[in-house]
Design a protein around this ligand. Structure first.
Ligand SMILES: O=c1[nH]cnc2c1ncn2[C@@H]1O[C@H](CO)[C@@H](O)[C@H]1O
Ligand SMILES: [Zn+2]
Length: 389
């Protein structure tokens, strides 16, 4: 089964793609090295003599990433990043890719993003860890300026990832703390989950906790409850990347009664956000189809869910498309898009006053307009109920 076989049919929901795109959205889980423009990879590869790209046609390259990543295995999904990281080894390349990332997100209606990457994967050309962070941050500032000139307001912070299988987590944690008031919003741990428990990096997490740093952890994607347990209770994660396997700790009886185990309760009670990335989950095997994806169950149970892209190139997606899939599958409209966005703002690694300003000045007014429009459409068409279901 290919990804396109799993797509729901187009819906006639009034909230069309263009309105979803224009709605102010917040994106907390997006990898810099998973979202390059295919044209940029090809140009950079040509410039440095990297000859291993599967094709030099931009559309074919985009299709190649999506198909190669659509294997049902996280490890195979991650293999595709060899091609993106190969062209991300100079300050100029990192600057360009970050600037384009900000422009692309802004064009998709994102007003605040936290974009993540692993600095340790960008040292092959002789850059230091600090050089990498400085180049990426400068690129994002440039992208914010270009987006503003094109009429889009966006602000981008970064998350520094350590890799689960490697041994540089403490160094990356120190790097994140050193740059925290200069463009870095927090720390993450990424990479293959099976056989690489996050607790191996306990020293890094203890340091981050001692510094009051903000932490998210990829967990509950390829491994279940024990990985989420570690992330939350041993690593002190404030958010979880994916976390969808928390459903292993939720029992639904034949009478429809729902019972949460201790871990699921903790995650829900403590308002630990789950950064859910539906399309990526279908590719890595963390979920089987959009209709069977647990996002709707978790949302209805009151978990703090936000919607994310994970890797726009590798998963062939955008924030707008992710929401369109949910609209077509679950009938979501403006109310659900607002809910995901408000949840993302609440769990963003931004100071409280800045979260409040974003919420009150940008998000709430934007959705008040969108809901009013949606309501007028529903009333005019006489299809009561469908839009807000
Ligand atoms: O869904 C994911 N799960 C775990 N690791 C991931 C995922 N997507 C990307 N990366 C890993 O994070 C690194 C830094 O951005 C990427 O190079 C990739 O190896
Ligand atoms: Zn991810």
């Amino acid at each position: 089964m290919t990804l396109s076989d799993k797509l729901p049919r187009q819906s006639t929901h009034p909230l069309d793609g263009e309105r979803i795109r224009r709605a102010p959205k917040v994106l907390l889980h997006d990898h810099l090295d998973g979202g390059l423009r295919p044209e940029t990879i090809i140009e950079l590869a040509e410039a440095i003599g990297y000859r291993n790209l599967p094709t030099t046609d931009p559309a074919a390259l985009a299709a190649w990433f999506r198909d190669a990543a659509d294997s049902g295995s996280l490890e195979r999904y991650l293999e595709t990043f060899a091609h993106t990281c190969a062209v991300m080894q100079t300050g100029e390349a990192l600057f360009r890719i970050a600037a384009e990332c900000a422009e692309d997100l802004a064009a998709d209606g994102i007003v605040y993003a936290e974009v993540r990457y692993a600095p340790e994967q960008h040292l092959e050309g002789g850059l230091t860890l600090d050089d990498v962070v400085d180049a990426v941050n400068a690129g994002f500032r440039e992208g914010e300026r270009r987006a503003a000139a094109a009429g889009h307001r966006i602000r981008v912070g970064t998350l520094l990832c350590a890799m689960r299988h490697a041994d540089r987590a403490l160094e990356i944690a120190e790097l994140a703390v050193a740059h925290r008031d200069r463009g870095v919003a927090g720390f993450d741990i990424a990479g293959g989950e099976i056989g690489n428990p996050a607790s191996r990096h306990a020293e890094a997490f203890d340091y981050l906790r001692s510094q009051g740093a903000r932490v998210t952890v990829h967990a509950g994607e390829a491994v279940g409850m024990e990985s989420i347990h570690e992330a939350v209770l041993r690593c002190g994660a404030h958010r979880i990347g994916h976390g969808v396997r928390i459903t292993d700790d939720i029992a639904i009886g034949t009478d429809g009664q729902v019972a949460l185990g201790r871990l699921a309760s903790y995650v829900r009670d403590m308002r630990i956000a789950l950064e859910v990335c539906p399309t990526s989950n279908l590719q890595t095997g963390a979920a089987t189809s959009y209709p069977e994806h647990p996002i709707d169950l978790l949302r209805r149970l009151g978990f703090r869910i936000c919607l994310n892209t994970d890797n726009r190139l590798v998963s062939g997606t955008t924030m707008t498309q992710e929401f369109q899939h949910l609209r077509d599958t679950f009938g979501y409209g403006a109310a659900e898009l607002e809910e995901f966005t408000v949840n993302a703002v609440k769990s963003a690694f931004l100071p409280f006053d800045e979260r409040a300003a974003l919420l009150n000045e940008v998000i709430r007014p934007g959705y008040a307009r969108l809901r009013a429009w949606e309501l007028s459409r529903v009333t005019v068409r006489g299809t009561t109920g469908t839009a807000a279901a």
